[in-house]
Design a protein around this ligand. Structure first.
Ligand SMILES: [Zn+2]
Length: 165
C-alpha cells in the first residue's frame, strides 16, 4: 500500500485533517482511539532545483495519504510543523530555523495538547534530516516528563520505503 501512496495514489478521499474536523467528529475520534500523526518538517533550502517547502510538503502528503488509506482504525493528521531544526542551512536566505530547545518545546507542547484532548496514540512523523535525532528521542522526554506516550519516526525509515530507495 505504501508503494501506491508514494507514487501519488490516493486510495480514499475521507477527511483525516485535524484542522477541518468539527468538535463532534473529534469526540468520535477520541472514542474510537484514533492515532494522531504530527507531521514535523522544515522550511529551508533544498538546492537549486527544489522549493523550500519540500520537507513539509512530502511529510504532510505521506501522513495524509497514509491516514486516508488505513481503514482498520481512524487516523488524524495535524497541520504540518513547518519549521524545524535547520541551523546548518541558515547561510541560505530562505531557511527559517528554531533553536534546539525551542523546537523540543514546540513538539512537547503540541503532543501534550493532543494527549490532553484524550488521544492516546501519537506519532511524530519527521520529514527533515536535521530533526531526526530530536524526533527520534522526543518519546523519551514525553513519557518521562509529561507522561505522554508517543513514537517518533522519520518517514524514510519506514521499512518498505527503505526497500525502494
Ligand atoms: Zn530538510
Amino acid at each position: 500500500m505504501l508503494d501506491t501512496i508514494l507514487k501519488g495514489g490516493l486510495p480514499i478521499g475521507k477527511n483525516v485533517l485535524w484542522q477541518e474536523l468539527r468538535r463532534t467528529e473529534f469526540e468520535q475520534a477520541v472514542k474510537a482511539d484514533a492515532i494522531v500523526i504530527i507531521p514535523v518538517a522544515a522550511t529551508e533550502q533544498h538546492g537549486e532545483h527544489l522549493p523550500v517547502n519540500t520537507d513539509a510538503s512530502a511529510c504532510f502528503t505521506i501522513a495524509q495519504r497514509a491516514a486516508q488509506a488505513i481503514e482498520e482504525f481512524p487516523v488524524l493528521v495535524l497541520p504540518v510543523i513547518w519549521t524545524g531544526y535547520s541551523p546548518m542551512f541558515v547561510a541560505y536566505p530562505v531557511t527559517i530555523t528554531l533553536k534546539y530547545h525551542t523546537f523540543v518545546e514546540v513538539l512537547t507542547e503540541i503532543a501534550v495538547s493532543v494527549y490532553a484532548h484524550g488521544f492516546r496514540k501519537i506519532l511524530c512523523l519527521n520529514g527533515h534530516g536535521g530533526n531526526h535525532a530530536i524526533v527520534a528521542g522526543i518519546g523519551r522526554k514525553l513519557i518521562d516528563e509529561e507522561h505522554v506516550p508517543s513514537v517518533g519516526y522519520s518517514w524514510w525509515f519506514i521499512p518498505s520505503v527503505e526497500e525502494q530507495m
